[in-house]
Design a binder for this molecule. Structure first.
Ligand code: SF4
Length: 366
């Protein structure tokens, strides 16, 4: 990453000069932000009073276990080619030892599973084999769901359907703050989500909870600018919504992407793995687009499950996602659970805090 080091030093000096007299807990909502913070080692150079807490911004981590099991079951049934983002493949479900526990294991057992990185790749797969059903297991937040909506709004072939596990970010943060408004002192809002949905979407944080918030990009300097903003807001007891990613984020977001989302999807209550149902936090296909719903096309709700549930036994991933535990406070971190042998989804995904901390060399519990 090309960082302007002298600017970074200036931000760090400004933060260090703030007269913080008690710990300030700042949640960085986005998994991408957590990756930048950890890889740049920023926690180590910030004042001790600043506590950065990873938040719920990992779509793979919160993808319902049942949806993953449906995807595995469908792929193993041989009825369709299953296309999924690469970091979903190793996420384990709660199946007994000896049974298939991930898409990767299903693929090794012969299931037709194709890792993809974009909806356009799925479209190409479906067009290349028009007689073969192709199901896109589309798990993600607003940033990945808007391109799925755009794909469906094109002329898509009838052999393509979507197993949607799409979530909205802000309702999870709202639920967190509503549950315990004292748990956090400030928040850094996700830049890419805000680029699609608009910075204004995060205005509820100062308006409803009287807490500082700043939208940040993924560079160290953007994150440090946002951190300085929220710390200063906190000190001055003057919370507002700051946009520290103005080069990409508009107050109202991307009108075209939002229009496509509104045309193809509706917002519903949705399950988050290990957390439960969060009101109005999931996307579902609406109206005429429901004919592309793989759940209806393949009667997926009828697939039998013996071990449906949340996180795997012993895994604190839900607490990590909610900012209630740090990865190294999980007793499995670095022991039974590593990127080579992940127990929970937070150790699989590039946006999972456990995976990021391990990759960044944080080995406290090993
Ligand atoms: Fe779950 Fe592994 Fe993270 Fe523990 S270290 S919370 S088991 S993913």
């Amino acid at each position: 990453m090309n960082e302007d080091l002298s600017t970074a030093r200036q931000w760090l000096a400004r933060i260090a000069a703030l007269p913080l007299r008690e710990p300030v807990k700042v949640m960085n909502v986005c998994g991408g932000h957590e990756r930048s913070l950890a890889m740049l080692g920023l926690r180590a150079v910030l004042p001790d009073m600043v506590k950065l807490i990873p938040g719920p911004g990992c779509p793979v981590c919160v993808c319902p276990e049942e949806d993953l099991a449906d995807a595995i079951g469908l792929a193993l049934s041989g009825q369709a080619t299953l296309a999924a983002f690469g970091d979903m493949l190793r996420v384990p479900i709660n199946a007994p030892k000896g049974e298939i526990r991930s898409l990767a294991e299903a693929r090794a057992a012969g299931a037709d599973i194709q890792p993809v990185s974009s909806p356009q790749e799925v479209l190409a797969l479906a067009k290349a084999a028009p007689d073969r059903p192709v199901v896109f297991f589309a798990a993600g937040f607003e940033t990945t769901t808007a391109p799925v909506a755009a794909m469906l709004a094109q002329s898509v072939p009838e052999n393509l359907s979507v197993l949607l596990a799409a979530r909205l970010t802000w309702p999870a943060v709202d639920m967190l703050l509503n549950t315990d408004a004292t748990a956090l002192d400030a928040l850094i809002a996700p830049g890419h989500v805000a680029a699609v949905m608009g910075a204004r979407e995060w205005g509820f944080i100062p308006e409803t909870y009287h807490l500082p918030v700043a939208v940040a990009g993924f560079s160290g300097n953007s994150l440090l600018a946002a951190l300085y903003s929220v710390l200063r807001q906190k000190l001055e007891n003057r919370p507002f919504l700051d946009n520290c990613y103005a080069e990409l984020v508009q107050p109202e977001g991307n009108p075209r992407a939002k229009a496509l989302l509104a045309e193809v999807m509706q917002v519903e209550d949705a399950t988050w793995r290990g957390i439960g149902t969060i009101p109005a936090s999931g996307f579902a296909l609406r109206g005429a687009w429901r004919r592309f719903d793989a759940r209806a096309r393949f009667n997926l709700a009828a697939l039998p499950r013996r071990h449906a549930g949340g996180m795997p036994p012993g895994c604190d991933c839900a607490a990590v996602v909610l900012g209630r535990k740090q990865p190294d406070q999980c007793r499995l971190y670095g022991r039974a659970c590593t990127p080579r042998a992940p127990v929970g989804p937070c150790m699989v995904s590039d946006e999972g805090a456990c995976h990021i901390w391990w990759q960044a060399g944080l080995r406290a519990a090993a």
